[in-house]
Each structure stands twice: as C-alpha cells, then as structure tokens.
Design a protein around this ligand. Structure first.
Ligand code: ATP
Ligand code: MG
Length: 410
C-alpha cells in the first residue's frame, strides 16, 4: 500500500474528549473513528489488525473442531421470551418496534443457536455441535469512556457448543480454555483465567480471561507469584488481600485488569426452556448441554494499544502488525519503488511512505502507526537498506536478502 493513496492519514491533534491511551493513539494513527459515544468505525488499518486477530482466533478454534457460520443480528421478541431474557436482559438489550412487531438487537446468541439446533432435529450421534461467528453485538452500556475497550456496538467472536452430557460439555470447555490461552499468547497477551459469576447468562460460575492493566475496569484477586492458578473476580472473591492462596504459599493480591474473554458452562437451562431435546437409547427425552465462549476482538485491539505503546505511538506485536514493513523513501524514490515491488513479490505486506514530505514527518508517522519493522531507503546508504525494529533504538544497514531473512520471507 502506498501511503500517499491511503485513507485516512495520521492526525497531529489528540481527539477532543479522549481520556484513554487507546482512544488517543488509535484515532491519531488513523485506525478508528468515533461516530458517537461507544460507536466506532474500524478504518482500513484498524480493520487489518482486527482481521489478523480474528485469523488467529479462527485458526485455534478450527483446531478444536468448531465450524464458522454467521447468524442474524435482528431477532424477534418471541425467541427471547422463551427464556425470559426479553425481560431479564432488558437493561442491556436494544429493543425496538416496527409495524407493531417487536425486535431485539443481538447482545449475544444463545437463544438463536438453541433454536437452530432444535430445528435440525439431530440424532445423538450428531453431537457435539460447535459453531461460532464473528459479528456485531449491541449493548446498552452505561459507561462508554474507555475508547474502543467498551463499545455500545462492538465485534465479538462467540462460540457455542451443544453436548449430550455434562461430562462432554466440560471436556470441550477445558479444550476451549487451552485454545483461548494459545490465542492470547499469539496475540502477545498474558491472560489470567479468572473465576467469575455467570451474569445474565447462567447461575453457574464462568471463567474470564483477564489481562493485567491499570486502565482495566475489573479488579481480580490472584496469586502474587503466579505459581498456582488462583484468580477470582470481585463479584465472587470472599477472602482478603494478603490471604494465602490455597494452591501455594503465596499471597493473594488485587490487580486492575481488562476482560478480553469470557466462557460460560451454561448447562441445560436453555434447552429445557426452549425444548431442545434428544432421544436417549432408552427412549427418554433429554435436554442438551450448552456452553458459550466469547472474545471481543475490538476490545483486544484497544488492549494491545494500552499495553504496547510509548510516548511516540503504538508498538504492535508482530503477529497482528497491520503491515509487515513500513518502508520509507528519503529522496530516492526510484530505488525505493524497486524495493517495494520486490518485497511485495516475496509476499511481504508493505506500507510504503512515498509522500513528498520531510524525513521527520515520515519517522514520526512510522512511530505513531507502530508497524514492527521499519526500512529506510536513501541515497546516503547506497545499495543497503536501513533496518529498525519499532521496539529498538538501534538500526542496521542490511542488504535486501538480509532484510527478507529478518522478516522470515527468504
Ligand atoms: P464487561 O464486564 O466488560 O461489560 P461482559 O462480561 O458483559 O463485559 P461478555 O458478555 O462476557 O462481556 O462478552 C464476552 C467478551 O466480549 C468480553 O470478554 C469482551 O472481550 C467483549 N466485550 C463485552 N462487552 C464489550 C463492550 N461493551 N465493548 C467491547 N467488547 C466487549
Ligand atoms: Mg464477561
């Protein structure tokens, strides 16, 4: 991509009213745009990062045997009445009326998945069912101040699994915990699996994936040394800070954290209320066991910026960097054009700053945008290319072959 052709460009001014780092940097670097409180456009660069996040999620979920589909966002009231959530989730759900018919905008999809499964009248051998989608969720959030961390309209990956038995549900539930930990690791995040309540979803406990950060809206109580996996959120923690964990001799500490994922072993309540049964070998009708699993890719986008930035801008983890390389031409466009073409031929994703502006502006924009690898081509360096990693102060003069090797593209 030639930066001269890219929409939009970086901004010098901090957006008015922005309090959080992710809001300021993502807007200034041209990754997101605010339509109104809690409502964001993912601009082309932001959308590239979210697509990379989603590709990692997709890859790990597909390994668990889950299948991707896409469900509607506009739901009839009747389906939500079957479980009573038209009323119990009224605070969070956007509800509307048109031609005397009432609809809800999706804040989650359990009811829709259970309806889907019951309509298909599966036989026991067709279970488990594991389906997921990436789609928009609408939630009437009262506080929407943390930039893209909390939207009223945001992207969620939600996976649903349906099983014949509780054992089978928990077996897969643990498989998803492992998959989630792999996903967050690949995204550069250390997620702490934290016990929590089930909220409007279930009376059973759920598990949150929490990333430590001072800007997090949650507080978790967890093992100080990390030797044991004790971690509980504020709603269910009954002890005191300083108590010893059960699993090891370390102290329990309280930390601020951002919830990037949440999984729920829902049980049979949904199937019972909505009539999703299967016929057992003894001829009896039994309800299916349901679990659901969410990750917020747009919240992950903001979390990455909160964790990885400096006073100059964003520092993307390589796995989700919007491009592989930020290529800068300093008064040597002919040579740089050739390098741009060669890199692209090798399958390298390049953002090429070909604008006729000063070196200072190009470097400042590269630091703000935060692409992992920076390359500078100038007459001063002859045939060599100046290479710098966004995390490091030091640069090296390399040949194109050496550059490709560094990028793992040779
Ligand atoms: P929170 O406690 O932060 O309001 P939640 O517990 O209500 O979130 P879940 O229903 O567990 O959210 O949603 C699953 C995932 O979707 C969350 O772990 C988070 O990553 C993401 N998510 C939830 N609400 C939002 C939001 N308003 N904006 C962006 N992402 C969100
Ligand atoms: Mg949650």
């Amino acid at each position: 991509m030639r930066y001269s052709n890219s929409f939009p460009k970086t901004k010098k001014e901090t957006p008015s009213g922005a309090e959080s780092v992710n809001h300021k940097l993502l807007v200034r670097a041209g990754f997101i745009d605010q339509l109104m409180s809690g409502s964001w456009t993912l601009l082309p660069f932001g959308f590239r990062v979210v697509n990379k996040i989603n590709d990692i999620i997709r890859e790990e979920l597909n390994k668990t045997g889950a299948q991707e589909l896409l469900m509607p966002l506009l739901h009839p009231k009747e389906i939500w009445n079957e479980t009573g959530r038209w009323t119990t989730a009224q605070e969070i759900m956007y509800q509307l009326e048109k031609d005397k018919k009432e609809f809800g905008l999706s804040f989650t999809h359990e009811e829709i998945v259970v309806d889907l499964i019951r309509k298909h009248q599966l036989s026991p051998k067709d279970y488990p069912v594991k389906v997921y989608h990436f789609s928009t969720k609408f939630r009437h959030e009262l506080r929407a101040k943390s930039g893209i961390l909390r939207g009223r309209e945001f992207m969620m990956k939600d996976l649903y699994s349906a099983h014949l038995t509780e054992d089978d549900m928990y077996k897969y539930y643990h498989q998803v915990i492992d998959a989630y930990l792999k996903i967050f690791k690949r995204l550069g995040l250390d997620a702490i699996v934290t016990e929590a309540s089930g909220g409007v979803f279930t009376d059973k406990n759920s598990h949150e994936f929490q990333v430590l950060s001072e800007v997090g809206e949650d507080t978790i109580y967890h093992c100080e040394c990390g030797k044991c996996d004790f971690s509980q959120n504020e709603e269910i923690f009954k002890g005191k800070v300083g108590d010893k964990c059960e699993g090891c001799n370390c102290k329990i500490v309280a930390s601020k954290a951002i919830e990037v994922g949440n999984i729920f072993p829902l049980g049979t309540m949904y199937a019972q209320k909505m009539g999703a049964f299967y016929t057992d070998s003894d001829g009896s009708k039994k309800p299916i066991w349901l679990a659901s699993y969410g990750i917020g890719p747009t919240r992950v986008l903001g979390t990455l910026v909160e964790l990885f930035h400096d006073d100059k801008g964003i520092i993307w983890p390589e796995s989700v960097s919007p491009f592989d390389v930020h290529l800068i031409s300093l008064n040597d466009d002919q040579k740089c054009d050739k390098i741009y073409e060669k890199l692209q031929k090798e399958g390298v994703e390049v953002l090429y700053d070909d604008r006729q502006v000063g070196a200072g502006e190009k470097f400042a924009d590269a630091d703000l945008i935060g692409i992992t690898h920076r390359l500078v081509v100038s007459q001063r360096n002859g045939e060599k290319i100046e290479y710098k990693n966004r995390c490091s102060e030091k640069s090296d003069l390399l040949s194109l072959e050496q550059v490709l090797k560094k990028l793992n593209h040779s």
